[in-house]
Each structure stands twice: as C-alpha cells, then as structure tokens.
Design a binder for this molecule. Structure first.
Ligand code: GLN
Length: 228
C-alpha cells in the first residue's frame, strides 16, 4: 500500500521477502503496488504498509480513511502487516507534526502520541510465545509512542530499544499485525514472514536450509552486533 508515501528504510523489501518465501513453496504470488491516488483493491490476501515521515503519514491516513478499502479488507479477515508509520496509521489515532490527534483507520486497537525523544537504533524483542516466532531483530527510528487497548496484544517484549515505549513492541489482533521494526522486518525475521504467509494460506512446508542461509547469516550478524 502507498509505496509513494510510505516506504522508508527499505520497507518495500517486506514484499520481496514474502513473495520469495511463498514462491519457494510453489505458492503463486501476484503483487499489486497501490499508490495513494489509486483505489485500494478489495480482494488482497495480504496488505503491507510501511513507515514514513510525518507529513506523508498524515496524507496516507487521510486517503486510506477516505478510500475505506483497507479497513473493509481487514474486517473480512485479510492479513495486514504494518510498519512504524503504517502501524500508527492502522490504529485509532496518532500524533501529528505538532502532536495534534490525527485519526487512523481503527483496524487495530492501539493509539499513538509523540514521545519526548525519538527512538533510534537497534531493537531486540522476544515475541509472544503464542505466535511461535523467534526473537525479533530490527531497527527503529520514530517519535511515536503507542498504547495498546484491550483488543490488541503486544507482539513482543523489548530487550533492547524502545518499541511501543512501555517495554512492549508492536501489536496484533486476529490477522492484523503491526511493528515499529525496519530492517526490513521480514528480511531480518523470516519467521514473522512465514507467520503472515500461514495466516493467508494455511500451514507451510519448511524451506530447504540452503534457501535460508543468507537470512540466517543476516540474523546472526545483527543479533551478535548488539549482544551485551
Ligand atoms: N512519523 C512516525 C514517527 O516518527 C513514523 C516514523 C517512521 O515510520 N519511521 O513516529
């Protein structure tokens, strides 16, 4: 969704990772990039929305609200994966440039404001055991702090970094999942990519270890770089 407004720090790579991990399993993929002046298609299986600067983020939120397609896709059970600005946008509201409330899409029970300091740097976080995904590695760069309502669960607990700002990182409910992590998040965390794919298509066969080599190396290198 809206790569013209929201795709900082290579978040578009999340699409490439999902596509590759699906195709390695013989699952056919049609990727549709939807710019902010185009209608949101209703029949997607997985919707990706990335990070962005404050003003494009506000524009994206207003357009997505006016379009209505992403919210209705989520309500019919489509998978939504949202990163940073995108994560804030799918919540109830977020803090604009001066901290003013900007309405989000209300498809995840979270709300965001602006923190006193930007959260910048590497993040390591342990995922909710219910999801069966190994520890997350990524990096963050955001001013926003996010509170979860009773309808969303924390995706992970931070062991390094800021995340939501209260010791948790990201949130999920049903098949809607958001995170502050860039990296791109799915390149550094193939387990998270497979979780999203399995939500869309059901149980997945494991990949040949050779196909995992570069992803595993990247994870090892990034986790070792912050091991204290
Ligand atoms: N503009 C948002 C913030 O600063 C999101 C930033 C981002 O997506 N990296 O909180």
């Amino acid at each position: 969704m809206y790569p013209d407004l929201l795709s900082t720090y290579g978040d578009r790579g999340n699409l490439l990772v999902l596509r590759r991990r699906a195709e390695l399993r013989g699952i056919e993929v049609e990727a549709i990039e939807v710019n902010a002046d185009q209608p949101v298609p209703g029949q997607g299986d997985i919707y990706l929305i990335g990070g962005g600067e404050d003003l494009p983020q506000i524009l994206a939120a207003n357009r997505l609200r006016a379009d209505g397609g992403l919210a209705s896709a989520a309500s019919r059970g489509a998978v939504v994966f949202a990163v940073c600005a995108g994560y804030q946008v799918i919540g109830d509201f977020f803090g604009g440039v001066e901290g003013e409330r900007v309405a989000g899409l209300g498809i995840l029970d979270i709300s965001s404001g602006r923190g006193d300091r930007r959260g910048v740097g590497e993040v390591v976080a342990d995922v909710d055991p219910a999801l069966g995904v190994p520890r997350l590695t990524g990096f963050e760069n955001h001013q926003g702090v996010t509170k979860l309502g009773s309808g969303a669960r924390p995706l992970a607990r931070v062991t390094l970094g800021v995340g939501n700002g209260d010791g948790t990182e990201g949130a999920y409910a049903g098949k809607v999942l958001g995170t502050y992590l860039h990296g791109p998040a799915l390149a550094r965390n193939p387990g998270l990519a497979d979780l999203l794919l399995s939500w869309a298509v059901g149980p997945l066969q494991p990949l040949d270890p050779d196909a995992e080599e570069w992803a595993s190396r990247l994870r090892r290198e990034r986790l070792a770089a912050v091991d204290r």
